[in-house]
Design a protein around this ligand. Structure first.
Ligand SMILES: Cc1cc2nc3c(=O)[nH]c(=O)nc-3n(C[C@H](O)[C@H](O)[C@H](O)COP(=O)(O)OP(=O)(O)OC[C@H]3O[C@@H](n4cnc5c(N)ncnc54)[C@H](O)[C@@H]3O)c2cc1C
Length: 342
């Protein structure tokens, strides 16, 4: 798995890819999987996000807690006419399962894939589960790229029809040692990632320094970086996130600001902090969009996207693509960006 980085000759043609390649600010939203076999739960949560986001991320047992599978959710979203980002973590499946799932996903019409190493089992509610980690995020990216561009499995066996997927990865600009994060990002670009979704940004100055490093390395020319944002519901929720959600860093002053707010206004203040962060991050060169997350609070995600001026989204017609069946065309927003990472 030592392929050189090369612009992909095949394009997935997903809405997310088209928005980014058109130089428009993209918005993705995280959909947290329900604990039910009822597809309606997925449809209900997705409905709120469908008009405010270019694509909807389906998490893969994040925090190492079991929920409905990412593949199952993504397939349901396609069926409903929405565009998913299928998140694939290496924690629970080996290379045989991952390659098979990827082919199945592509066959089901899933076009965006986020490659993750994944949270460790010790983060979840079943820490005795056996961890797999046969591949990591870089190897998964390389594997899928070679399936897509080389038309073969890792074994060298040929594929009758290669999967057409737009490849992405996650990055946490706040994970120590932070001075290494942009270098790790370069490895993800080399491995085949074209879009990046970051961990929650609550510390804008640290993210600003990260983006300066990203630009110094020329990575803003090779990657579309979607900045991860989300609201804090209360000081307790903020404290929980920073102590229990791996990789989330929330500065003391943000917690203080919530603590000084009357309880009745916590929700409002949490959303206000998020909207302010979006405004600051949006001004940073190299930021190609936002990834908005709020655990099982899809209405809040939609509200933040509206308040932050990220709505309405560009119409499918303006992108030169047909709207997916069942999805209403939505109106435009624009941002000048001259790069095309290939
Ligand atoms: C947008 C987004 C979506 C995510 N979705 C999921 C999901 O669906 N399922 C899931 O299980 N996890 C999810 N995660 C969590 C993510 O898998 C872990 O935070 C992971 O440690 C870092 O991301 P990665 O998987 O790309 O790993 P890589 O970037 O490949 O990093 C793996 C290695 O880097 C080091 N590392 C990375 N972050 C840290 C850190 N915070 N502290 C210490 N060492 C670190 C560790 O050595 C780790 O083994 C998501 C994260 C983000 C930002």
């Amino acid at each position: 798995m030592t392929e050189q980085a090369a612009p992909s000759p095949l394009r997935a043609g997903t809405r997310l890819e088209r928005v980014l390649r058109a130089g428009l600010l993209a918005v993705t939203a995280e959909l947290n999987p329900p604990d039910t076999a009822d597809p309606q739960a997925v449809y209900d949560a997705a409905l709120v996000l469908s008009e405010v986001a270019d694509a909807i991320n389906c998490t893969d047992a994040s925090g190492a807690n079991v929920h409905m599978s990412s593949l199952g959710m993504a397939a349901l979203l396609v069926r409903a006419g929405y565009e998913p980002v299928y998140q694939m973590s290496c924690r629970d499946r080996n290379r045989i399962a991952l390659q098979g799932d990827l082919l199945g996903a592509a066959a089901l019409g899933i076009g965006n894939v986020l490659c993750l190493t994944g949270d460790d089992v010790t983060a979840g509610d079943q820490p005795q589960a056996r961890r797999v980690f046969d591949l990591d995020s870089l190897q998964l990216l390389q594997t899928i790229r070679s399936m897509r561009d080389g038309g073969q499995f890792l074994s060298g066996r040929k594929l009758a029809r290669p999967p057409r997927v737009f490849l992405g990865a996650a990055e946490n600009p706040f994970a120590p040692p932070i001075e290494w994060r942009a270098l790790r990002l370069a490895k993800k670009a080399d491995a085949g990632a074209r879009f990046i979704q970051t961990q929650y940004i609550f510390d804008v100055p640290v993210f600003t320094r990260f983006m300066a490093q990203v630009r110094d390395l020329g990575l803003d020319q090779r990657l579309y970086i979607l900045a991860g944002v989300g609201p804090l519901r209360s000081p307790r929720a903020a404290e929980y996130m920073r102590t229990h959600v791996p990789g989330v860093v929330i500065p003391e002053e943000v917690i203080d600001r919530l603590n000084k707010t009357p309880k009745a206004r916590w929700l409002e203040q949490g959303m206000q902090i998020c909207v302010e962060n979006i405004a600051q991050v949006r001004a940073l060169p190299g930021v190609a969009g936002f990834h908005v997350m709020a655990y099982r609070q899809e209405e809040m995600v939609a509200e933040i996207i509206r308040r932050a001026g990220l709505f309405p989204r560009v119409s499918a017609a303006a992108l030169g693509s047909k709207p997916a069946p069942g999805r209403k065309p939505i109106a435009g927003s624009s941002r000048a960006q001259s790069v095309d990472p290939g």
